[in-house]
Design a protein around this ligand. Structure first.
Ligand code: KE4
Length: 421
């Protein structure tokens, strides 16, 4: 069979850095040519050669209803006939905003942007503009997109390539970013005390999924809430991955802890480029044009993207049983992998990650103990067997509603064969 992906990758590398538009897709850490994907349906993707894969990436989270959901596709097809983008107000953006604010009580107002990075960058600016304070506390191994202030000991691709601090990020841009340890409230309290009148916010993945999956420990998020209240800092939940996945109300609903601001991405756009940030009216009305915190975007609220998001979120609202189904499947997969492989497997809801260590993984340092060479070997064997997981140890396996028990059993059995051969 011709290796179309190889040919395409050679062309791509001539005209795009690394041949990709996002580093982790380059398969660099697993030493393979990335598969160029031609189409997808349900929980399957098909590469340029027509090979089928069971897809545990799901576009890094958006495809919770499976690829090419018929209702989402139909809604988008109808909408595009009316034009693609106006740079003006549309009913679609109001409808998506209302869907969210009327179903998530800590979101009274929301602003649509075009990516998770943009949502985080804007939320941080808002937190600083609202509080008139400068410092931001983030956690080692958490990834919040590629805005300068966040590329400090970041997770995801930055962690995969071992360069948590990116070139091009100036000292000035990073010096107000303080680093704490995930699941360690004492490290947060120490930073709060040292910077007590100048911490604008704490930003946290309310379950980390960019150093592999590392759930928030019992009491961690409630402890952050208490510390933020005590020191007058805003608590920002970065729910780009967990939003509309752990529950419709995301990790905030799952853990019962209310943040001051939330950032969204991925599922909110139903597969189209959408990010958003939201919170109380009191805070959000500091955003331009009402308030003094400037933020803007040509394609923000794009009607096609809004339509995809509306259709996806409507289905999640209409079928709340989806979350029970996804969470049960997540636990089933995790238990099966644990039993079959004997490694540490972290799971929360429909997010699962196997680490190539037998030690517990609860923060950045323990995640770094995973044998990434062992991961890469298994990745290559899985791909050959038609199972597509993220090409990095420091990501998640994302389940969607198209998965069956048979798919999970096939996956568990394949892992078992690879690790016992
Ligand atoms: P985007 O700018 O990629 O839409 O979102 C950035 C972001 C923000 N916050 C969290 C918690 C995130 O996980 C992300 C992006 N996630 C990665 C996957 N772990 C995107 C994949 C990629 O970089 O290609």
């Amino acid at each position: 069979m011709s290796n179309q992906s190889q040919n395409l990758f050679e062309r791509a590398q001539k005209v795009m850095p690394g041949g990709v538009n996002s580093p982790v897709r380059a398969f660099k850490s697993v030493g393979l040519t990335p598969r160029f994907i031609d189409r997808a349906c349900g929980n399957k993707i098909y590469d340029a050669e027509g090979r089928e894969y069971l897809d545990y990436v799901g576009s890094w989270g958006p495809m919770i209803l499976g690829h090419a959901d018929p209702k989402v596709i139909e809604a988008v097809q109808k909408r595009v006939e009316k034009g693609l983008s106006f740079g003006a107000c549309t009913e679609a953006e109001v409808e998506l905003a209302e869907l969210i604010t009327s179903n998530i009580d800590h979101i009274e107002m929301i602003r649509m942007v075009n990516s998770g990075t943009e949502a985080v960058m804007s939320a941080l600016r808002l937190a600083r503009g609202y509080s008139k304070k400068n410092k931001i506390i983030k956690f080692e191994g958490c990834y919040h997109g590629h805005s300068d202030a966040m590329l400090v000991k970041a997770g995801s691709g930055a962690m995969t390539f071992g360069d948590p601090d990116s070139a091009g990020v100036t000292k000035g841009a990073a010096e107000d970013t303080l680093l704490a340890r995930y699941n360690d409230l004492t490290s947060v309290e120490a930073l709060m005390r040292e910077n007590k009148d100048d911490v604008a916010c704490v930003i946290v993945e309310a379950t980390a999924a960019n150093m592999g999956v590392v759930p928030a420990a019992a009491g961690f998020l409630a402890g952050l809430r208490k510390l933020c209240d005590q020191y007058g800092a805003l608590l920002i939940f970065d729910e780009v991955i967990t939003g509309f996945r752990l529950a419709f109300g995301g990790a905030a609903e799952y853990f019962g802890v209310k943040p001051d601001l939330v950032t969204y991405g991925k599922i909110i756009g139903g597969g189209m480029p959408v990010g958003a940030y939201g919170g109380s009216r009191e805070i959000m009305e500091h955003v331009s044009p009402v308030g003094s915190v400037y933020q803007a975007g040509t394609l923000s609220g794009n009607p096609i993207a809004m339509t995809a998001g509306i259709e996806a979120l409507k289905q999640l609202l209409e079928k709340p049983e989806i979350y029970t189904q996804l969470n049960e499947m997540g636990a089933y997969l995790a238990d099966g992998l644990r039993e079959a492989c004997g490694f540490t497997v972290n799971n929360i809801g429909s997010l699962t990650c196997m680490f190539y260590t037998k030690e517990p993984v609860s923060d950045y340092d323990s995640a770094c103990k995973s044998d990434t060479a062992g991961f890469s070997h298994v990745f290559r064997e899985l791909l050959a067997a038609g199972i597509y997981v993220a090409p990095s140890q420091y990501e998640a396996m994302f389940l969607n509603t198209a998965f069956s028990k048979e798919d999970l059993d096939f996956t568990i059995e394949t892992y078992r064969k690879i690790l016992t051969q």
